[in-house]
Design a protein around this ligand. Structure first.
Ligand code: ADP
Ligand code: ASP
Ligand code: MG
Length: 412
Protein backbone atom coordinates (compact mmCIF):
# COMPACT_ATOMS: atom_id res chain seq x y z
CA UNK A 1 0.00 0.00 0.00
CA UNK A 2 1.22 3.48 -0.77
CA UNK A 3 1.92 5.89 2.04
CA UNK A 4 0.30 9.26 2.53
CA UNK A 5 1.95 12.48 3.64
CA UNK A 6 0.22 15.76 4.52
CA UNK A 7 2.45 18.77 3.82
CA UNK A 8 1.48 22.18 5.20
CA UNK A 9 3.09 25.36 3.91
CA UNK A 10 2.84 28.49 6.05
CA UNK A 11 2.47 32.05 4.79
CA UNK A 12 6.17 32.81 4.37
CA UNK A 13 6.64 29.53 2.48
CA UNK A 14 4.12 30.61 -0.20
CA UNK A 15 4.84 34.35 -0.05
CA UNK A 16 5.58 34.78 -3.78
CA UNK A 17 5.49 32.91 -7.09
CA UNK A 18 9.00 31.48 -6.67
CA UNK A 19 8.18 30.13 -3.23
CA UNK A 20 4.92 28.62 -4.46
CA UNK A 21 6.84 26.87 -7.24
CA UNK A 22 9.39 25.61 -4.71
CA UNK A 23 6.63 24.19 -2.50
CA UNK A 24 5.02 22.62 -5.56
CA UNK A 25 8.31 20.92 -6.48
CA UNK A 26 8.62 19.52 -2.97
CA UNK A 27 5.16 17.98 -3.13
CA UNK A 28 5.90 16.55 -6.58
CA UNK A 29 9.15 15.00 -5.31
CA UNK A 30 7.32 13.40 -2.41
CA UNK A 31 4.71 12.01 -4.82
CA UNK A 32 7.43 10.69 -7.12
CA UNK A 33 9.02 8.88 -4.20
CA UNK A 34 5.82 6.84 -3.91
CA UNK A 35 3.56 8.64 -1.42
CA UNK A 36 0.19 10.20 -1.96
CA UNK A 37 0.32 13.90 -1.05
CA UNK A 38 -2.20 16.27 0.47
CA UNK A 39 -1.02 19.88 0.68
CA UNK A 40 -2.49 22.42 3.07
CA UNK A 41 -1.58 26.01 2.33
CA UNK A 42 -1.86 29.30 4.19
CA UNK A 43 -2.51 32.70 2.71
CA UNK A 44 0.48 34.30 0.96
CA UNK A 45 2.89 36.22 3.20
CA UNK A 46 1.13 38.83 5.31
CA UNK A 47 -2.18 38.62 3.41
CA UNK A 48 -4.26 37.80 6.49
CA UNK A 49 -2.85 40.80 8.39
CA UNK A 50 -3.51 43.05 5.40
CA UNK A 51 -7.11 41.84 5.10
CA UNK A 52 -7.65 42.52 8.82
CA UNK A 53 -6.29 46.06 8.37
CA UNK A 54 -8.58 46.57 5.39
CA UNK A 55 -11.61 45.49 7.42
CA UNK A 56 -10.65 47.94 10.19
CA UNK A 57 -10.56 50.70 7.58
CA UNK A 58 -14.24 50.22 6.80
CA UNK A 59 -15.52 49.29 10.26
CA UNK A 60 -14.25 49.68 13.83
CA UNK A 61 -15.98 46.43 14.81
CA UNK A 62 -16.47 44.17 11.77
CA UNK A 63 -19.08 41.40 12.28
CA UNK A 64 -17.21 38.16 12.92
CA UNK A 65 -19.12 36.29 10.21
CA UNK A 66 -18.04 38.81 7.58
CA UNK A 67 -14.49 38.81 8.92
CA UNK A 68 -14.32 35.06 8.29
CA UNK A 69 -15.77 35.55 4.81
CA UNK A 70 -13.00 38.05 4.11
CA UNK A 71 -10.04 36.23 5.65
CA UNK A 72 -10.73 32.90 3.94
CA UNK A 73 -10.17 34.56 0.57
CA UNK A 74 -6.43 34.64 1.36
CA UNK A 75 -6.16 30.86 1.39
CA UNK A 76 -8.38 30.57 -1.68
CA UNK A 77 -5.79 32.52 -3.67
CA UNK A 78 -2.89 30.34 -2.61
CA UNK A 79 -4.57 26.96 -3.22
CA UNK A 80 -5.44 27.95 -6.79
CA UNK A 81 -1.92 29.23 -7.49
CA UNK A 82 -0.42 26.08 -5.99
CA UNK A 83 -2.57 23.87 -8.23
CA UNK A 84 -1.53 25.95 -11.26
CA UNK A 85 2.17 25.65 -10.33
CA UNK A 86 1.88 21.86 -10.08
CA UNK A 87 -0.02 21.69 -13.37
CA UNK A 88 2.66 23.82 -15.06
CA UNK A 89 5.30 21.38 -13.81
CA UNK A 90 3.44 18.60 -15.62
CA UNK A 91 1.64 16.94 -12.71
CA UNK A 92 -1.98 16.64 -11.72
CA UNK A 93 -3.40 18.59 -8.82
CA UNK A 94 -6.78 19.82 -7.62
CA UNK A 95 -7.56 22.51 -5.06
CA UNK A 96 -10.41 22.64 -2.55
CA UNK A 97 -11.74 25.13 -0.04
CA UNK A 98 -12.51 23.92 3.47
CA UNK A 99 -16.20 23.78 2.62
CA UNK A 100 -15.56 21.69 -0.49
CA UNK A 101 -13.79 18.96 1.50
CA UNK A 102 -16.61 18.97 4.05
CA UNK A 103 -14.51 20.38 6.88
CA UNK A 104 -17.42 20.98 9.23
CA UNK A 105 -16.98 23.25 12.23
CA UNK A 106 -19.13 24.72 14.96
CA UNK A 107 -20.45 28.23 14.40
CA UNK A 108 -18.01 30.20 16.59
CA UNK A 109 -16.67 32.53 13.95
CA UNK A 110 -12.95 33.38 14.22
CA UNK A 111 -12.27 30.49 16.61
CA UNK A 112 -14.31 27.61 15.20
CA UNK A 113 -13.64 24.03 16.21
CA UNK A 114 -13.55 21.19 13.71
CA UNK A 115 -16.39 18.69 14.10
CA UNK A 116 -15.98 16.43 11.10
CA UNK A 117 -14.09 16.05 7.81
CA UNK A 118 -15.27 14.15 4.74
CA UNK A 119 -12.21 12.08 3.87
CA UNK A 120 -13.84 10.25 0.92
CA UNK A 121 -13.73 13.18 -1.42
CA UNK A 122 -10.01 13.70 -0.85
CA UNK A 123 -9.29 9.96 -1.13
CA UNK A 124 -11.08 9.73 -4.46
CA UNK A 125 -8.79 12.32 -6.00
CA UNK A 126 -5.65 10.91 -4.37
CA UNK A 127 -6.53 7.49 -5.79
CA UNK A 128 -6.90 9.10 -9.21
CA UNK A 129 -3.24 10.13 -8.91
CA UNK A 130 -3.68 13.79 -8.03
CA UNK A 131 -2.00 15.95 -5.45
CA UNK A 132 -4.87 17.35 -3.39
CA UNK A 133 -4.50 20.93 -2.15
CA UNK A 134 -6.72 22.09 0.71
CA UNK A 135 -7.14 25.65 1.98
CA UNK A 136 -5.91 25.91 5.55
CA UNK A 137 -7.58 27.74 8.44
CA UNK A 138 -11.16 27.50 7.14
CA UNK A 139 -14.27 25.39 7.46
CA UNK A 140 -18.01 25.52 7.03
CA UNK A 141 -20.93 25.15 9.42
CA UNK A 142 -23.84 22.77 8.98
CA UNK A 143 -25.87 25.71 7.71
CA UNK A 144 -23.22 26.72 5.17
CA UNK A 145 -21.54 29.68 6.88
CA UNK A 146 -17.80 30.03 6.30
CA UNK A 147 -15.69 29.91 9.46
CA UNK A 148 -12.03 30.22 10.46
CA UNK A 149 -10.12 28.29 13.10
CA UNK A 150 -8.17 31.15 14.71
CA UNK A 151 -4.87 32.78 13.69
CA UNK A 152 -2.30 30.16 12.73
CA UNK A 153 -5.10 27.64 12.21
CA UNK A 154 -3.73 26.10 9.00
CA UNK A 155 -1.58 23.87 11.21
CA UNK A 156 -4.78 22.49 12.68
CA UNK A 157 -6.31 21.87 9.25
CA UNK A 158 -3.19 19.91 8.28
CA UNK A 159 -2.96 17.75 11.38
CA UNK A 160 -6.72 17.10 11.43
CA UNK A 161 -6.57 15.98 7.78
CA UNK A 162 -3.58 13.77 8.58
CA UNK A 163 -5.62 12.22 11.41
CA UNK A 164 -8.75 11.44 9.35
CA UNK A 165 -6.75 10.22 6.36
CA UNK A 166 -4.52 8.15 8.67
CA UNK A 167 -1.47 9.73 7.06
CA UNK A 168 2.00 8.44 7.86
CA UNK A 169 3.11 11.92 8.88
CA UNK A 170 2.19 15.57 8.84
CA UNK A 171 5.00 17.85 7.71
CA UNK A 172 4.78 21.52 8.73
CA UNK A 173 6.96 23.64 6.43
CA UNK A 174 7.80 27.04 7.85
CA UNK A 175 10.45 29.78 8.01
CA UNK A 176 12.45 28.20 10.84
CA UNK A 177 14.07 24.78 10.64
CA UNK A 178 12.16 23.34 13.58
CA UNK A 179 10.87 24.03 17.06
CA UNK A 180 13.46 25.91 19.11
CA UNK A 181 13.98 26.10 22.86
CA UNK A 182 12.30 29.48 22.54
CA UNK A 183 11.47 31.98 19.79
CA UNK A 184 14.85 32.51 18.03
CA UNK A 185 13.71 36.00 16.99
CA UNK A 186 13.75 37.03 20.66
CA UNK A 187 16.58 34.84 21.99
CA UNK A 188 19.19 34.27 19.27
CA UNK A 189 20.95 31.62 21.42
CA UNK A 190 17.86 29.36 21.21
CA UNK A 191 18.62 25.82 19.97
CA UNK A 192 16.66 23.56 17.68
CA UNK A 193 14.99 20.69 19.53
CA UNK A 194 15.21 17.32 17.74
CA UNK A 195 12.30 15.63 19.50
CA UNK A 196 9.54 16.96 21.72
CA UNK A 197 6.62 15.16 23.40
CA UNK A 198 3.05 16.12 22.44
CA UNK A 199 2.22 17.41 25.92
CA UNK A 200 5.32 19.62 26.04
CA UNK A 201 4.56 21.10 22.62
CA UNK A 202 0.92 21.60 23.56
CA UNK A 203 1.91 23.58 26.67
CA UNK A 204 4.50 25.62 24.77
CA UNK A 205 2.02 26.42 21.99
CA UNK A 206 -0.70 27.39 24.48
CA UNK A 207 1.83 29.53 26.38
CA UNK A 208 2.79 31.54 23.32
CA UNK A 209 5.22 29.55 21.14
CA UNK A 210 3.77 30.77 17.84
CA UNK A 211 5.47 28.12 15.73
CA UNK A 212 2.48 25.74 16.04
CA UNK A 213 -1.26 26.24 16.60
CA UNK A 214 -2.10 24.51 19.89
CA UNK A 215 -5.27 22.82 18.55
CA UNK A 216 -3.07 21.11 15.95
CA UNK A 217 -1.06 19.49 18.72
CA UNK A 218 -4.25 18.35 20.45
CA UNK A 219 -5.29 16.53 17.26
CA UNK A 220 -1.83 15.11 16.74
CA UNK A 221 -1.70 13.80 20.29
CA UNK A 222 -5.22 12.37 20.27
CA UNK A 223 -4.77 10.55 16.96
CA UNK A 224 -1.01 9.82 17.27
CA UNK A 225 -0.05 11.74 14.15
CA UNK A 226 3.73 12.20 13.94
CA UNK A 227 4.31 15.91 13.23
CA UNK A 228 7.53 17.05 11.60
CA UNK A 229 8.19 20.81 11.80
CA UNK A 230 10.84 21.81 9.27
CA UNK A 231 12.14 24.49 6.94
CA UNK A 232 10.66 24.98 3.48
CA UNK A 233 14.05 26.23 2.27
CA UNK A 234 16.30 23.31 3.20
CA UNK A 235 16.20 19.54 3.45
CA UNK A 236 17.67 19.35 6.95
CA UNK A 237 15.56 17.36 9.39
CA UNK A 238 13.49 19.53 11.71
CA UNK A 239 11.72 18.69 14.96
CA UNK A 240 9.60 15.58 15.56
CA UNK A 241 6.56 16.14 17.76
CA UNK A 242 5.77 12.66 19.00
CA UNK A 243 4.76 10.41 21.90
CA UNK A 244 6.95 10.58 24.97
CA UNK A 245 9.93 8.22 24.87
CA UNK A 246 12.10 6.82 27.61
CA UNK A 247 14.78 9.33 28.49
CA UNK A 248 12.73 12.42 27.55
CA UNK A 249 12.14 13.09 31.26
CA UNK A 250 15.88 13.41 31.80
CA UNK A 251 15.67 16.92 30.38
CA UNK A 252 14.04 19.06 33.07
CA UNK A 253 13.05 22.03 30.91
CA UNK A 254 12.49 21.51 27.18
CA UNK A 255 11.66 25.07 26.25
CA UNK A 256 10.47 28.52 27.27
CA UNK A 257 7.78 30.78 25.83
CA UNK A 258 6.48 34.32 26.00
CA UNK A 259 2.78 35.04 25.68
CA UNK A 260 1.99 38.59 24.70
CA UNK A 261 -1.28 40.48 24.41
CA UNK A 262 -2.56 39.65 27.86
CA UNK A 263 -4.32 41.97 30.29
CA UNK A 264 -4.95 41.70 34.00
CA UNK A 265 -8.08 42.62 35.91
CA UNK A 266 -8.13 42.91 39.71
CA UNK A 267 -11.36 43.12 41.70
CA UNK A 268 -10.53 45.01 44.86
CA UNK A 269 -12.23 44.50 48.20
CA UNK A 270 -14.15 41.29 47.58
CA UNK A 271 -15.91 40.10 50.77
CA UNK A 272 -14.08 36.99 52.01
CA UNK A 273 -17.09 34.70 52.17
CA UNK A 274 -18.22 31.48 50.48
CA UNK A 275 -19.64 31.77 46.96
CA UNK A 276 -17.95 35.02 45.91
CA UNK A 277 -15.45 33.48 43.48
CA UNK A 278 -18.19 31.23 42.10
CA UNK A 279 -20.44 34.23 41.35
CA UNK A 280 -17.66 36.28 39.81
CA UNK A 281 -16.35 33.59 37.48
CA UNK A 282 -19.81 32.31 36.51
CA UNK A 283 -20.59 35.82 35.26
CA UNK A 284 -17.31 36.05 33.36
CA UNK A 285 -17.93 32.66 31.74
CA UNK A 286 -21.43 33.76 30.68
CA UNK A 287 -19.72 36.42 28.59
CA UNK A 288 -17.48 33.82 26.90
CA UNK A 289 -14.35 35.42 28.31
CA UNK A 290 -11.54 32.90 28.69
CA UNK A 291 -9.65 33.42 31.93
CA UNK A 292 -5.97 32.55 31.88
CA UNK A 293 -4.79 32.59 35.52
CA UNK A 294 -6.48 33.57 38.76
CA UNK A 295 -4.87 34.90 41.91
CA UNK A 296 -6.52 35.74 45.24
CA UNK A 297 -4.92 37.77 48.04
CA UNK A 298 -6.65 37.91 51.39
CA UNK A 299 -6.16 41.04 53.52
CA UNK A 300 -4.62 40.81 56.95
CA UNK A 301 -7.96 41.28 58.74
CA UNK A 302 -9.29 38.31 56.67
CA UNK A 303 -12.52 40.22 55.93
CA UNK A 304 -11.75 41.02 52.32
CA UNK A 305 -9.73 39.79 49.35
CA UNK A 306 -8.48 40.97 45.98
CA UNK A 307 -9.25 38.60 43.14
CA UNK A 308 -7.16 39.08 40.01
CA UNK A 309 -7.20 37.26 36.69
CA UNK A 310 -5.61 37.55 33.26
CA UNK A 311 -7.44 37.54 29.93
CA UNK A 312 -6.50 38.01 26.28
CA UNK A 313 -6.03 41.72 25.59
CA UNK A 314 -8.81 41.50 23.00
CA UNK A 315 -11.24 40.49 25.77
CA UNK A 316 -10.25 43.32 28.13
CA UNK A 317 -12.99 45.79 27.13
CA UNK A 318 -15.69 43.22 27.74
CA UNK A 319 -14.02 42.00 30.95
CA UNK A 320 -13.99 45.59 32.24
CA UNK A 321 -17.72 45.99 31.60
CA UNK A 322 -18.43 42.75 33.48
CA UNK A 323 -16.07 43.77 36.30
CA UNK A 324 -17.84 47.15 36.68
CA UNK A 325 -21.19 45.36 36.96
CA UNK A 326 -19.75 43.06 39.63
CA UNK A 327 -18.40 46.03 41.59
CA UNK A 328 -21.91 47.52 41.74
CA UNK A 329 -23.77 44.29 42.44
CA UNK A 330 -21.42 42.90 45.07
CA UNK A 331 -20.44 46.21 46.64
CA UNK A 332 -16.72 45.80 45.87
CA UNK A 333 -14.23 48.63 46.39
CA UNK A 334 -13.22 48.85 42.74
CA UNK A 335 -11.46 47.35 39.77
CA UNK A 336 -7.92 47.82 38.46
CA UNK A 337 -6.85 46.80 34.97
CA UNK A 338 -3.51 46.63 33.20
CA UNK A 339 -3.23 45.90 29.49
CA UNK A 340 0.57 45.79 29.53
CA UNK A 341 1.26 42.37 30.97
CA UNK A 342 2.81 39.25 29.41
CA UNK A 343 3.54 35.77 30.61
CA UNK A 344 6.86 33.95 30.58
CA UNK A 345 6.87 30.18 31.05
CA UNK A 346 9.16 27.17 31.15
CA UNK A 347 7.89 23.74 30.10
CA UNK A 348 9.25 20.21 30.40
CA UNK A 349 7.96 16.74 31.28
CA UNK A 350 11.15 16.33 33.30
CA UNK A 351 9.56 18.57 35.96
CA UNK A 352 7.47 15.60 37.04
CA UNK A 353 10.58 13.94 38.42
CA UNK A 354 12.87 16.88 39.20
CA UNK A 355 12.44 19.47 41.93
CA UNK A 356 13.55 23.06 42.27
CA UNK A 357 12.33 24.35 38.90
CA UNK A 358 10.05 27.05 40.31
CA UNK A 359 12.74 28.42 42.63
CA UNK A 360 15.21 28.56 39.73
CA UNK A 361 12.68 30.51 37.65
CA UNK A 362 12.04 32.97 40.48
CA UNK A 363 15.77 33.29 41.22
CA UNK A 364 16.64 34.08 37.61
CA UNK A 365 13.86 36.69 37.38
CA UNK A 366 15.00 38.28 40.66
CA UNK A 367 18.55 38.48 39.35
CA UNK A 368 17.29 40.14 36.18
CA UNK A 369 15.34 42.64 38.30
CA UNK A 370 11.96 41.45 37.01
CA UNK A 371 8.96 41.81 39.31
CA UNK A 372 6.48 38.89 39.23
CA UNK A 373 2.77 39.85 39.26
CA UNK A 374 1.30 36.38 39.25
CA UNK A 375 2.45 32.75 39.26
CA UNK A 376 0.82 29.56 37.99
CA UNK A 377 2.16 26.04 37.79
CA UNK A 378 1.18 22.61 36.53
CA UNK A 379 2.98 19.29 36.61
CA UNK A 380 5.01 20.27 33.54
CA UNK A 381 5.18 24.08 33.55
CA UNK A 382 5.88 27.19 35.60
CA UNK A 383 4.46 30.53 34.38
CA UNK A 384 4.93 34.07 35.66
CA UNK A 385 2.93 37.13 34.62
CA UNK A 386 5.25 40.14 34.35
CA UNK A 387 5.10 43.68 32.95
CA UNK A 388 5.25 43.88 29.18
CA UNK A 389 8.45 45.96 29.35
CA UNK A 390 10.18 43.12 31.26
CA UNK A 391 8.92 40.29 28.99
CA UNK A 392 11.84 39.73 26.65
CA UNK A 393 14.41 40.16 29.42
CA UNK A 394 12.49 37.65 31.54
CA UNK A 395 12.45 35.15 28.69
CA UNK A 396 16.19 35.56 28.16
CA UNK A 397 16.79 35.13 31.90
CA UNK A 398 14.89 31.84 32.24
CA UNK A 399 16.36 30.52 28.98
CA UNK A 400 19.86 31.14 30.34
CA UNK A 401 19.02 29.83 33.83
CA UNK A 402 18.13 26.39 32.46
CA UNK A 403 21.06 26.48 29.99
CA UNK A 404 18.69 25.90 27.09
CA UNK A 405 21.34 27.21 24.71
CA UNK A 406 23.44 24.11 25.44
CA UNK A 407 22.80 20.58 24.17
CA UNK A 408 21.06 18.50 26.84
CA UNK A 409 23.14 15.64 28.27
CA UNK A 410 21.06 12.93 26.67
CA UNK A 411 21.21 14.50 23.18
CA UNK A 412 22.83 12.17 20.71
P1 ADP B 1 4.03 29.96 9.29
O1 ADP B 1 3.61 31.15 8.52
O2 ADP B 1 4.93 29.04 8.52
O3 ADP B 1 2.90 29.23 9.95
P2 ADP B 1 4.68 31.17 11.85
O4 ADP B 1 5.12 32.58 11.79
O5 ADP B 1 3.30 30.85 12.28
O6 ADP B 1 5.00 30.51 10.44
O7 ADP B 1 5.67 30.34 12.80
C1 ADP B 1 7.07 30.43 12.64
C2 ADP B 1 7.63 31.47 13.59
O8 ADP B 1 7.36 31.08 14.94
C3 ADP B 1 9.13 31.59 13.56
O9 ADP B 1 9.56 32.49 12.58
C4 ADP B 1 9.49 32.05 14.98
O10 ADP B 1 9.78 33.43 15.05
C5 ADP B 1 8.22 31.80 15.78
N1 ADP B 1 8.46 31.00 17.00
C6 ADP B 1 7.95 31.27 18.22
N2 ADP B 1 8.36 30.38 19.10
C7 ADP B 1 9.15 29.49 18.45
C8 ADP B 1 9.85 28.31 18.84
N3 ADP B 1 9.83 27.85 20.08
N4 ADP B 1 10.55 27.65 17.88
C9 ADP B 1 10.58 28.09 16.62
N5 ADP B 1 9.93 29.20 16.20
C10 ADP B 1 9.22 29.90 17.10
N1 ASP C 1 -3.57 32.70 7.23
C1 ASP C 1 -3.95 32.44 8.59
C2 ASP C 1 -3.16 33.34 9.54
O1 ASP C 1 -2.34 34.12 9.11
C3 ASP C 1 -3.82 31.00 8.97
C4 ASP C 1 -2.42 30.43 8.98
O2 ASP C 1 -1.52 30.99 8.36
O3 ASP C 1 -2.24 29.40 9.61
O4 ASP C 1 -3.39 33.29 10.72
MG1 MG D 1 1.84 29.41 11.79
Amino acid sequence: MTGLIVQKFGGTSVADATKIQRAARRAIRTKQSGSQVVMVVSAMGKTTDELIALAKDVSPKPPRREMDMLLTTGEQVSIALMAMAIDAAGHEAISFTGGQVGLLTDASHSKARIKQIDADRIRKHLDAGKIVIVAGFQGITETGAITTLGRGGSDTTAVALAAVLKADACEIYTDVDGVYTTDPRIVPEARKIDQIAYDEMLELAALGAGVMHSRAIEFGWKYSVPIHVRSSLTDTPGTMIMPETKGMEDVVVRGAALKRDLASVVLVGVPNEPGMAARIFARIAQHNIVVDDIIQNIYEDRQQANIGFTVAETDLDEARVVADQLVKELGLRGVETDDRVVKVSVVGIGMRTHTGVASRVFGSLAEAGVNIHNISTSEIMVSCVVSESDGERALQAVHAAFELDKAPNNDT
